[in-house]
Design a protein around this ligand. Structure first.
Ligand SMILES: [Zn+2]
Length: 123
């Protein structure tokens, strides 16, 4: 699964952050993640991978919010186009420019770009 190794790294980052901020993992209400479009196939499979990773940990009850940040195709001729989920194959992020027909690569959106942790306060 493509998402699996990415998610593994993300879960580690989240745990590190919790430790740094001295937050107990069971107090985490939700985890918000912004992930680049080239890092995942679909939000569903990404969420599935996340839940698989945390199912045996205190983070298992945390809700996951995923936002996908678009990538960008930029051609030497000046043509640019934002790339959303489904518009680019993460394994082969190559596109033909519709303007000059050169082959170019998509940029941006390769991995985790930001995350936030929301902690439950009603304790
Ligand atoms: Zn072009």
């Amino acid at each position: 699964m493509h998402e699996y190794s990415l998610v593994e790294g993300i879960v580690e980052s989240v745990k590190d952050e919790l430790q740094k901020r001295q937050i107990a993992p069971e107090d985490v209400e939700s985890v918000y993640l912004r992930v680049g479009v080239l890092a995942l196939h679909s939000v569903e499979s990404f969420e599935q991978a996340f839940h698989m990773q945390v199912q045996d940990s205190p983070l298992k009850n945390a809700a996951l919010k995923v936002e996908v940040s678009p990538g960008k195709f930029e051609c030497a001729c000046g043509y640019t186009k934002p790339l959303n989920l489904g518009e680019i194959d993460p394994h082969d992020p190559v596109l033909e420019c519709p303007q000059c027909h050169q082959i170019g690569r998509a940029s941006g959106g390769m991995g985790l770009e930001a995350f936030e942790i929301e902690v439950s306060t009603d304790k």
